[in-house]
Design a protein around this ligand. Sequence first.
Ligand code: ADP
Ligand code: MG
Length: 709
Amino acid sequence: DALGLDKENNQEQIPTKQSNNKNKSNYKEDINATRQSLPAYKSRDALLSMIRENQVSIIIGETGSGKTTQLPQYLYEDGFTSNGKIIGVTQPRRVAAMSVAKRVAQEMDVKIKEEVGYTIRFEDFSSSNTKIKFMTDGILLREALLDNDLDKYSCIMIDEAHERTLNTDVMLGILKDLLQRRKDLKLIITSATMNAMKFSKFFGNAPQFTIPGRTFPVEINYSKHPVSDYVEAAVKQAVNIHMSTSIQSGDILIFMTGQEDVEVTTDTIRERLLELYRKKGDFTSPNDDLEDIEIYPIYSALAPEFQNRIFRKLDISKRKIVIATNIAETSLTIDGIRYVIDCGYSKLKVYNPRIGLDALATTPISLANANQRSGRAGRTAPGVAYRLYTEESVENDMYTSTIPEIQRTNLSNTVLLLKSLGIKNVLCFPFIDMPPIQTLLSSLYELWSIGAIDNFGELTKLGTEMSKLPLQPSLSKILLKSVEFGCSAEMLIIVSMLSIPQIFQRPKGREKESDKERSRFFIAGSDHLTLLNVYLQWKSNRFSTKWCTKCFIQSRSLSKAEDIRKQLLRVMESQNIQLKSIGSNWDVIRHCICTGFSHQAAKLSGLKRYVHLRTGMHTQIHPTSALFGMGDLPPYVIYNELLMTSSEYLVCVTAVDPFWLMESSLLMYDIKKQNAENEYSTGIFGNNSNVKANKFEFEGARKLVSEKL
Ligand code: ADP
Ligand code: MG
């Protein structure tokens, strides 16, 4: 029960709701007092009249001033839903959408999914009663696909717009046009203090309102020397603060880059403190635990039942340490933080259009992020921030603000979406910041090569079907194609397994042992089939966690894959996509995978080396691949991912027949004439035909560019 949390929260933060009226009115009074203490409350009337008088309003306010939780309620109270239309609020992050919806429901004293609801990918907690609906920006985009005018909304609030996520940027572009058609629609853009001017300009000098903040000074401390291990440095700093200050002086918030660092930091702080307490003789028995401290990790993928713990009000004798990704920068406000420790990095998606690579990279944060992070310490009283980087590095290495996502990621999905929205020339779409033309072109190319758009850049029937699946285009294609191939049950598993991070563990000191275990799952010539095999064996071991541990497999990742599989199955059912199994006829599955990845193909060239068929780039197979140790490497492979470290590696590889490549991308590849007919034998090794990339011209894309330039 995802909502079990709320009960717990109610009890801890506000008097328990009970049927007798006295308690009920206490509860209401308490909520009202809390609401009225927020900075937004003083500006309530000014905000409402600005929104009434303007179609677009930009609202700026410090984190925690009440933008997300209060504004939608003000609009609701002021009758913005009385015409039968509803208030929609977007969030860049799933966790935030879920968490704020629950909070607002609590404040309004209603059940979630009734007046207040939320929708995130694969999870819908909204109903026909819902008046305030929180959702991710991606969900609103999907809704725009079904209803171009977004007719059910009277008001749309794009929250956390300063984050400039890909979906937020695209949504703003769509709204710019939509506002012309729907003069009655109100658009509210809320932002932390950075970047607000840009939104105002984009919407024809829309008025801005800054909610007067109440922030306290934050003392900033830099590292004297560059830090080589920021996890260790953060642990030391946190332990130091905890041991040298009184618990009442406030809670600690640590910013890390991603789930892994967050978990390691959480565990290490615990261990370190236990050790210290033991040494000091605070513990009388070996089972004693840390009594004056709660350590909470928070990141997007954390199970929902653990997410709301960070808001708990602890007993006065206890201190809270929260270890967070940049999720706590602006979207979640934790009260009571007085100390911030900032590692100086975050994980960013970075795309290189030349090679078609999209990767999460640990990157130095921008100055705007750094200030945002430090600011978390001064919300309720003066605070202290410890930056685990030098003052010089701020001047030398940091950008003023982060490059918007749209300028650094693969846009295939976005382009497909824009095409489905009927936007003919994506290069003319009103982007708030134009993405690199190269990226748009390479996305058009990818979509064309897998048959989502035709030679003139028009969406094909297949492309339309693909846009309805919540997956990246290549994966949508192989899932749709698998029905024809009769292997959709298997493809569904493969696609789900590809949506999760690394499943095999390789613990330090046990490399050999774990490599051996891993190799037992290998299916000759295919990492995709190896993934399928892992899943099938896990299933035949009744999804056992013990089995996973024994085989050096991350059971959590597998459970997540199973979750995604079930969710996708529901989507398939709603689209009438049939589930068919082909059993162990694995060549058919390889053939089907090839139909979605012919633009990511490589050819054996020399000992253990491959050249990329299209770009001519030299690569090799990643050591973790099932193909790596094969004596005879297959002459042609497709890959799921390109990894660039010291050299270029193909990750998740499957051997393909060159004829398949040609067949699925006739315009792209050519097989030399002398290899005609009988040379087209299928199989992993039995083929020495010579596939060459065609010197092709993509008419549609070329036309679009020349129109633009
Ligand atoms: P903003 O959007 O301006 O950053 P919010 O509306 O998110 O501000 O937060 C207003 C207040 O509500 C803050 O004090 C925050 O701590 C509190 N709050 C938000 N979500 C929760 C929650 N789930 N539980 C308890 N308090 C919350
Ligand atoms: Mg907010």
